[in-house]
Design a protein. Sequence first.
Length: 238
Amino acid sequence: MTKTKIEWTESSWNPITGCTKISDGCLNCYAEKMAFRLKAMGTKGYENGFEVTLQPHQLDKPLKLKKPQMIFVNSMSDIFHENVPDDYILKIFEIMNKAHWHTFQVLTKRPQRLESLRNKINWTKNIWLGTTIESNKYIDRVDYIKKTDASIKFISFEPLLSSVKEVDLKGIDWVIVGGESGSGARFIKKEWVYEIKNKCEDLNIAFFFKQWGGTNKKKSGRLLDGKVYNELPKIDKV
């Protein structure tokens, strides 16, 4: 379990590391760069660099952390990657079910795999499900998460690479928007951000603007209309 600087969560938990590129948003993958850096440093668990690797020694970490946390699941991988066995995915969900005092944020670019696991996953209320949509080419990903019993469903439009005005946000509880950052960062247009923000306002969806990005994301900041948007979804306490 690691404290993280990601603005919309508190900690990251990586019972899987490594991934492969499947869409446009993967081009400048931060996790890939970090994995090779950690391998060069000799960090345990990164001997394989960015190859998909199960990390069973990480599985029980949330159970040992007694203070409630917002936890991003597999920030260094994708839980639904095709090289991750079904039984291992279900073990991760069992841990999340048991660690009911934490809130787990599961984010995937491979939501289609949820179809085959639909009757096997126990969506306790502390598990949020999200998918990444970086451009209009991938808006169908949202359809897969809408079919699940996750109590909170969200979309990460990061890195936002095009207008996504055709996406249907009905049934979505939370939206994150952000521009790409770092070397080779691709451009984000303000009108793309406003399209999403306006839809969220119309549908009463929590809106979180993460960053403008660019080669110097700190300088670009995260103000939109002079305001910081840190909205989180409303959680049913019952």
